[in-house]
Design a protein around this ligand. Structure first.
Ligand SMILES: O=C(O)c1cc(=O)[nH]c(=O)n1[C@@H]1O[C@H](COP(=O)(O)O)[C@@H](O)[C@H]1O
Length: 237
């Protein structure tokens, strides 16, 4: 496995504007990007998202999943925020992903400025049982590789997956997909609602481009120190 630098994204999951601003400023320099998702965006609005992105690289994680026209239009509305990374659900299918890519290409003629389109494969809170509940009779590994292949063929730049699937995705799809990996838990921290977890170091060794860490950082007494400890773990390998 080629040695790649694995970068750290802190998920700033809160409904509270002041809390997110405080985390964002205290984490400047300690993380490579911040992620704002459904709870912050619905609660505080896109202007607040945009303000935080003035100071930090932004992963705007809204996991769009709807008919192709609605997802493409929704993404178009988000383009003024110019995130570095943004998410749709791979299970929306080929046309939804193709239309998403097209809309981003139209909005960003300079490809270097175009937000990278990430397709979420199987949520890290799911396992074989919860996939069966929704009628998917496959293991998470099988389903991630299946959706990952579909999404990359349709025009995604990368995939969101758990660390357990990185090696299989690299075998199937090579180095091209940008692999963004949540479900990360430093040794000794609680899993919460995550089911497919690994430590920062294990995810880095498997070949993650980015790891996404929320509560192990934001719940810490000193979030910047928690982030720095994770960076040290990533750099120590
Ligand atoms: O797209 C994501 O970022 C994502 C996908 C996934 O499969 N699992 C997952 O946990 N996430 C996000 O990653 C973050 C993980 O947070 P913690 O479990 O607190 O580390 C949350 O903001 C989730 O929304």
């Amino acid at each position: 496995m080629a040695h790649r630098r694995t970068r750290l994204i802190a998920a700033l999951d809160t409904l509270n504007l002041a809390t997110a601003q405080q985390w964002a400023s205290s984490l400047e320099g300690a993380v490579d990007a911040v992620k704002l998702g459904l709870e912050f965006t619905y609660s505080c609005g896109l202007k607040a998202v945009s303000d935080i992105s003035q100071h930090q690289k932004l992963f705007l994680d809204l996991k769009l999943h709807d008919i192709p026209n609605t997802v493409a239009s929704g993404l178009k509305a988000l383009t003024p925020i110019k995130p570095l990374l943004t998410t749709i659900h791979a299970s929306g299918g080929t046309e939804m992903i193709q239309r998403s890519r097209e809309v981003l290409e139209e909005a960003f003629p300079n490809d270097l400025e175009r937000p990278k389109l990430l397709a979420v494969t199987v949520l890290t809170s799911m396992n074989t049982q919860t996939l069966a509940e929704i009628g998917v009779n496959a293991t998470p590994l099988q389903q991630v590789v299946r959706l990952g292949r579909l999404a990359m063929q349709a025009g995604a730049d990368g995939l969101v997956c758990s660390a357990h699937e990185i090696v299989a995705l690299r075998d199937a799809l090579g180095d091209t997909p940008e692999l963004v990996v949540p479900g990360i838990r430093p040794a000794g921290s609680q899993a919460d609602d995550q089911k497919r977890i690994m430590t920062p170091r294990q995810a880095a060794e498997a070949g993650a481009d980015w790891i996404v860490v929320g509560r192990p950082i934001t719940r810490a007494e000193n979030p910047a120190l928690a982030a720095q400890n994770i960076q040290d773990e990533l750099n120590a390998r």
